[in-house]
Design a protein around this ligand. Structure first.
Ligand SMILES: Nc1ncnc2c1ncn2[C@@H]1O[C@H](COP(=O)(O)OP(=O)(O)OP(=O)(O)O)[C@@H](O)[C@H]1O
Length: 823
């Protein structure tokens, strides 16, 4: 095999350094190389740790040819270049790098370890205790490992083929212990390093010869499964039995091995005992979701008990009269009830479908609240004081719409709380200020974000949540809004009368029909504001192109036409439609374009922001336009950059951050939540199969304000309407001591709230269980009848409650349970 290509030299200058991902571009004065390279300097780039200008390093990598700058070295690994033996090494050790080491000491050190000197010092420094005092030795080893440890460790980490950025994160956390951690328990990385999931850790473990049945592997598999399940299903917990089975599937398929259920059950108990997993009965929770749900409950519980303010009916009528005069509207009785409840309760929830007057009621609440509390609603008059009304929404677009409709300031939850990214774990968030908080589009708020929001609410605040519970639930786990609506202790109003109807909108009526589970008889008829075109999946892009082309010919703004699709992939998927609409609306012509993965970006393209970036004031779901493409040679980042405008807010991203954007001619229905568009095209075909659900279709069509074109297969629309979609499994309602009985209500159960009842999970060895019960048929029957578990499954997962139910039938005591319980 050919020798690896290397360049040795002194760093002359560091041109660019990105602290976030360790990407660097530097200039090296070459002293040695095995490459056929004529110049005496070379530009080196790649993921490189803390290097020092003026010091010498050896860089390994490959030569690449940059069209403008010529040949460069793209680094794979590197190490500090130091003499490895003899006089050169002695000189290095008593250089300015190691204060306190004189020439004599340096000679003694090299004499102690004549071969691989630096490695030996780092591995067994105690051999130098006769040469250096313990203090001096510690300082020397620290210096040496700072100078050499990192490169050595990183070069060893390279064999695991992780992205370099992760290698640096790993080193940053474990420092000198890095290689030991990885050798002994690479699964620790799953717990400690974001971006390392079970599969990556498992691959390392396999390379290190760690057994596929090790306890550490099973624990990591469990933690991986419990979180993945919540992220994929939206549930905040998983049933112990499902966790057991899914983890076994994962562990067995990732490495060809048989995993025993008993061992997995035992590891569940270990994780529970160590607090790395939480349980309520047989429901098992990933830690952050358990504590977020519990904190929400604790805070809500206080609001439930908050006092009701008295407001005499005649006084209220006077206020409403004033408000109606000011806003030139007459509220109907349910809307008035909403305003009354909002004024008299500390916590109030308003829900309703499109056009039922939610915004109109919010405006009324704000006016009436200001009236009642003698507040000035002009924000400009609050230069020194805090404006008392806080309006928030989960997306930038929804916040802007709130601001436009009410004329008062509105912000995203992330921005107001100072949460900088989607990763909420490390963000603490600011407290809110003001006296009345209104949060719109609350159905989009997941359990983690709701928890951060509740934590920021001052005890004195009046809180109003507004949303449409029939829309899609939040992207992240939980269904906080739908759950809150089930709790009878909270003051709620469900608006159901459609006011937009009088304005000739048939879209709103269609939305309400779909919400109620039916397609109206005139579904395919052409109306003033909506139409239907029958089409097979393969023809969808073609039809959309024809509609879009006619749209343009009529002189309409391409940005006002939005295609909403459930899926990215496939012939009728978002990616395909984006390509064809980009060619129509914004063709190549004779100009620059950038290619990123499969997507081409051009100036004037419509783009969608995919993550929350509060520091730049751009958010998940924001739509913008590309205003400029800047080639790397003109940018500070030395990378190509895309400049965009999101409603006038200019943002520029270097290539490394382009994963945060995509084309937006077509976008996912999930990402469209919280936004509205003048004209919307919604295709529905059988190839979207498992996505076809009622709240998905409902969310899509309620985005259309003026016109709607439905496109696809009639049967697929029918399927979507008839599939109600499973309710997410969450435990928020039950924490109030309630039992969910239907979609919309919950009743007070006999049991007291969970905080007072500790229900223990017991995982029981099946064989031992049968021994106690003695008779196989009885034990199987009992298992099925009393715990609803398949008698073939092993082990049994029971709660103490179940055990006590079994108790009278088989004469078993709590002590007996303890004998065969694995915990
Ligand atoms: N009491 C009322 N009398 C007359 N018109 C009303 C009344 N309430 C609401 N409207 C009108 O109905 C239309 C829809 O109201 P509004 O925008 O407040 O509903 P919404 O529930 O916020 O709708 P969406 O969720 O679709 O934005 C508006 O034009 C509004 O002026």
């Amino acid at each position: 095999m050919a020798d690896k290509l290397y360049f040795v030299g002194t760093i002359e200058a560091i041109f660019f350094s990105n602290p976030a991902n360790f990407y660097k571009v530097l200039l090296l004065a070459i002293t040695d190389t095995n490459a056929d390279f004529k110049d005496d300097e070379i530009v080196v780039n790649g993921i490189i740790g803390d290097v020092v200008e003026g010091d010498s390093y050896k860089f390994f990598g490959e030569l690449t040819n940059h069209p403008k700058y010529g040949e460069q070295l793209k680094v794979t690994t590197y190490e500090k270049d130091v003499p490895t033996s003899g006089a050169g090494l002695v000189k290095y050790l008593y250089s300015e790098h190691f204060p306190g080491i004189g020439k004599k000491t340096a000679e003694k050190i090299v004499a102690t370890f004549p071969e691989d000197t630096i490695d030996h010092i780092l591995e067994t420094p105690e051999h130098l205790s006769g040469i250096l005092s313990s203090e001096k030795l510690a300082a020397f080893v620290k210096r040496l490992s700072e100078n050499h440890g990192m490169e050595k460790i990183l070069s060893k980490l390279a064999k695991y083929e992780l992205p370099s950025k992760l290698n640096f994160q790993i080193y940053d956390l474990y420092k000198e212990a890095t290689l030991d951690v990885i050798k002994e328990n690479p699964y620790q990385l799953v717990f400690d390093i974001k971006g390392i999931g079970f599969k990556k850790a498992d691959k390392i473990a396999e390379d290190e010869g760690i057994s596929a049945t090790s306890d550490a592997r099973i624990q990591a598999g469990l933690i991986h499964t419990v979180l993945t399940h919540s992220l994929e299903s939206g549930d905040t917990y998983i049933e112990a039995r499902d966790l057991l089975n899914q983890t076994i599937d994962l562990l067995e398929s990732a490495r060809n091995v048989e995993i025993l259920a008993d061992q997995v059950a035992e590891m569940i108990n270990v994780l529970l005992a160590e607090g790395k997993l939480q349980a309520i009965g047989t429901k098992l929770f990933e830690n952050s979701l358990y504590f977020a749900e519990d904190d929400i409950y604790q805070r809500l519980d206080k609001l439930t008990n908050s006092k009701v303010t008295k407001l005499a009916q005649d006084k209220f009528e006077t206020i409403i009269g004033d408000v109606e005069a000011k806003l030139e509207i007459r509220y109907d009785s349910l809307q008035k009830e909403a305003i009354y409840k909002a004024l008299t309760h500390q916590f109030f929830i308003l829900t309703g479908g499109p056009g039922t007057g939610k915004t109109t009621v919010i405006k009324g609440i704000v006016q009436a609240y200001a009236n009642l509390n003698h507040l000035d609603l002009n924000p400009d008059n609050y230069t020194d004081d805090v404006f008392p009304i806080v309006q928030l929404a989960p997306t930038g677009r929804a916040a802007r719409r709130m601001n436009e409709l009410t004329g008062l300031p509105a912000a995203t939850i992330h921005r107001q709380l100072g949460l900088n990214s989607d990763d909420l774990e490390d963000d603490f968030g600011n407290d809110l200020s003001g006296s009345l908080l209104i949060v719109d589009e609350f159905s989009m708020v997941d359990t983690w974000l709701a928890n951060k929001l509740f934590a920021a609410i001052l005890p004195s605040m009046t809180v109003i949540f507004v949303g449409d519970a029939d829309q899609l639930p939040s992207v992240g786990p939980g269904q906080v809004f739908a759950d809150l609506l089930k709790i009878p202790d909270f003051a709620t109003v469900r608006l159901d009368k459609i006011f937009r109807q009088g304005e000739g909108s048939t879209i709103t009526n269609l939305a309400h029909d779909i919400k109620n589970g039916q397609l109206p008889a005139d579904f395919t008829d052409k109306k003033a504001d909506r139409s239907y075109i029958e089409s097979k999946a393969v023809n969808i892009p073609n039809y959309i192109e024809q509609i879009a082309s006619a749209w343009m010919k009529r002189g309409n703004d391409p940005f006002d036409l939005q295609v909403l699709i459930p899926m990215y992939k496939g012939v009728a998927g978002i990616n395909q439609v984006n390509k064809s609409l980009q060619n129509l609306f914004n063709p190549l012509a004779d100009r620059l374009e950038f290619l990123f993965q499969d997507t081409i970006f051009r100036q004037d393209d419509k783009v969608l922001h995919l993550v929350n970036e509060a520091s730049l004031d751009v958010f998940n779901g924001d739509i913008g336009v590309i205003t400029d493409l800047v080639p790397a040679k003109y940018t500070e980042s030395k990378q190509d950059e895309i400049v965009m405008s999101f409603d006038g807010n200019e943002v520029s991203y270097p290539r490394a951050e382009w994963y945060k954007i995509t084309l937006a001619y077509a976008m996912s229905i999930h990402k469209s939540q919280g936004s509205e568009f003048p004209s919307v095209i919604v295709p529905m075909v059988a190839s979207y199969h498992r996505m076809l659900e009622r709240n998905l279709l409902y969310t899509a069509i309620t985005r259309a304000k003026q016109s709607l074109i439905l496109l696809g297969e009639g049967q697929s629309f029918q399927t979507a309407v008839s599939r109600q979609g499973a309710n997410r499994k969450t435990y928020l309602v039950e924490r109030f001591g309630l039992t969910t009985t239907s979609d919309q209500t919950a009743t007070r159960s006999e049991a007291s709230p969970v905080k007072e009842t500790v229900i223990e999970t017991v995982i029981i060895d099946k064989t031992a269980f049968k021994e106690v019960v003695s008779d196989q048929a009885t034990s199987d029957k009992l298992a099925v009848e009393s715990i609803g578990q398949d008698a073939k499954a092993a082990p049994y997962v029971l709660t103490m409650e179940n055990v006590l139910m079994i108790d009278p039938m088989i004469g078993m005591t709590a002590e007996d349970v303890a004998v065969f319980s694995k915990s």
